[in-house]
Structures are given as C-alpha cells and as structure tokens.
Design a protein around this ligand. Sequence first.
Ligand code: CA
Length: 230
Amino acid sequence: MRILIVEDERKISSYLKRGLEEQGYAVDAAFTGREALDWAASAPYDLIILDILLPELDGISVCRELRKRGMRMPVLMLTARDGIDDRVAGLDAGADDYLVKPFALKELLARLRALTRRAADAPKSAVFSVADLTMDTSSHCVKRGGRVIELTSKEYAILECLLHATGRVLTRTLIAEHVWNYEVFNQSNVVDVYIRNLRRKIDDAFPVKLIHTIRGAGYRLSVEGDNETL
Ligand code: CA
C-alpha cells in the first residue's frame, strides 16, 4: 500500500511518515501542491493525504486537478480550520474524507483503513499497457507481444513509474526517488544501468522501441520516437 503525504509543515509531515511506515505503508512526502501533482503523475498511489493550506497550489486545487486527470485514489484532506466552508470545498473538489488538525495518529489510521476498504470494493483496472507491452499490477506480470518478461523488483518499479507517466519525460531524480524511496541518491548513472537492463528485456527483441532517452532530461515511455531521442 503506497501513500503520498502532501504537507508543507515538515514536522507534521515527518511525524506522519514515521507513523505510517511503522504500520507497514510505503510513504512518499510532497511539500507543495505542484510537487504533489508531479509525484501523483509518476507513481501509482493507493491513497493521498492532502493538506489544504499549501504553498503554490492549495490542496483543494490539487484535488480538483487529480480528479480532472482521471485519478480515482481516495483523498483524505487535512484542514487546520474547523471551517465548514473548507470541508465542503474539499469534498466538492473530489476528496473522500477530511480530518481537522490537530488529530491523533490513531484517528488518521482508522480513516485510512476505512477509505482503503471502500476503494478495494470499487472495481478498478489493474492492467497498464502501451502498444503490445502490458503490466498487470495485481499479479506483477509483465508481457510484451504476449511473451512473459521476467523483471527484478527494481526493474519492475522503474517500468511501473514509466508506464504510469506514459508519453511524458521522467527525470532520473524522480525515478530514483520513487524506486529507492527517497534515499539520498547521487549516482544517477545507477538509473541508467537499470534502464539499460530494462531495454534489453523489453525493447531489444522488438522493432518498435518503447523506452526513449531524452537528452538532458530523462526517460520517456512511448510508442513513437522523435528527434530528441538518442
Ligand atoms: Ca499546511
């Protein structure tokens, strides 16, 4: 279960992250509204905890944008005020529930369990695909042209990241942070090594290449190449 925490107050963010990780959740932290949208576009989250008061873009706008992009994961809003207007605006923007600060971790965990239970009951497609490449996220099975491709867990995580952002460029840093969970990461060439392995497995035997290197930017998964592609 992967959760994104969007909260600009570092103390609250790290307190929540620690608390959730102790419960076995995989947790990423975004500190601004724009960062939240970037993270959500690059990795599949099962739930988003979204503070309303954020720099750049507030939580309500972030939630509205997520829904506009067709993302349906449960969103739990955090609000500093007990204002009824905030709650209504949050729910109107597509949030599933809200919690008023300050709250006890126990209460947050109870809400998370309720929300994820509800989400699990809703039917959802677990298969991503681009061209003849498919990834079934429930069985962790990857196929190209009907043939099963064996990937290591890191290769799988990188491909998942690329597939989720199909057609858009992902930087090495974003990929590294997703796959290695925010560990300090100076060797961006490690990402290149994994990408090379992935290419060997999913592209080498096929005429249509799917993984493209975008010079000075990162990588993109798409059917068509372009002049920037090396
Ligand atoms: Ca805040």
